[in-house]
Write a protein that binds this ligand. Structure first.
Ligand code: CUA
Length: 305
């Protein structure tokens, strides 16, 4: 009936169709009976009530009470059984650490591979262990019909088994600030062999590449390479330009040199570019990654040293 690309989608759709279907069937029956009685027993045809002393029917009342109760119990049973399934990932599931941060998603695999795309193998259960570095976010993959809050200080879970290769959306579905609507990621379901190759590539990679780090760490959720980002300055031409920043409440114009770039990554609140909110978190970069990012920003910069 719907496109169901995961095991979880099948379960959730079945409950939804059953509940909505039951509601529509009752609506149809009640409306049809109502219309029939309105016409059949209208006042012009029956000016006097036929049997004003009718007391009702115990048998009928018991029948529809029991029928309705059974239907509701059936709905509860579907919900209970499928909820238990959704909350119980198998022990052999592929585990992916999900780190949410204003306003990006980062996916970390057992071998240490990091990605801004949630790449998962087709037909194999994947379990997401999710946490947040700042505020409450919520991971939502509509194609799989699953959703769970991502909360700082604790780890929450989701799991699914994809049934069809393809790219699907992952949205943040908890309003988490200015960049909330940009907080999206791609779920890429690929065949098992292709997944193994991709995972291996990451493990074999050499020193970090600056632009790759910018992407993987989610910097581009707020910044952009070209042009201004959604809620933060763009990178091209930044190095070597002059920037007007607010430092401790006072405005000043300073050169965007290497010390400025490093300070802005390590201590983002020190100098906040005028016109932008002071929202950047301290980035969890190791020193090799920091050097790579600074080198990339310098490469994107203007001509001045
Ligand atoms: Cu994160 Cu909305």
């Amino acid at each position: 009936m719907f496109r169901e690309v995961s095991d979880t989608a099948v379960l959730v759709d079945r409950s939804l169709v059953f509940i909505i279907g039951t509601a529509i069937a009752f609506l149809a029956v009640v409306t049809a009976l109502m219309l029939y009685f309105v016409v059949r027993y209208r006042a012009s045809r029956h000016p006097v009530a036929e049997n004003p002393d009718r007391e009702g029917s115990t048998a009928l009342e018991v029948a529809w009470t029991v029928a309705a109760t059974l239907l509701v119990i059936l709905m509860f049973w579907f919900g209970w059984r499928d909820f238990a399934y959704l909350r119980t990932p198998p022990a052999d599931a592929l585990r992916v650490r999900v780190t949410a941060q204003e306003w990006s998603w980062r996916f970390t695999y057992a071998g240490g591979r990091e990605s801004d795309v949630l790449r998962v193998p087709l037909g194999r259960p994947t379990r997401l262990d999710m946490t947040s570095l700042d505020v409450i976010h919520s991971a939502y993959i509509p194609a799989f019909r699953i959703k769970e809050d991502v909360v700082p200080g604790m780890t929450t879970h989701l799991w699914f088994t994809p049934k069809e290769a393809g790219k699907y959306d992952l949205f943040c579905t908890e309003y988490c600030g200015e960049g909330h609507s940009h907080m999206r990621a791609v779920v890429d379901v690929v065949p098992e062999a292709a997944f193994a190759v991709w995972l291996g590539e990451g493990a074999a990679a050499g020193p970090p590449q600056g632009e790759a780090v910018l992407k993987e760490k989610g910097c581009l959720g707020c910044h952009a390479i070209d042009g201004p980002g959604p809620v933060a300055p763009g990178f091209r031409g930044l190095y070597g330009s002059t920037v007007t920043v607010v430092t401790g409440g006072a405005e000043r114009t300073i050169p965007a040199d290497e010390p400025y770039l490093r300070r802005s990554i390590v201590d983002p609140a020190a100098d906040v570019v005028k016109g932008y909110p002071n929202i950047m978190p301290r980035m969890p970069l190791d020193s090799a990654e920091l050097d790579a990012v600074v080198a990339a920003l310098k490469a994107l910069g203007g001509t001045r040293p």
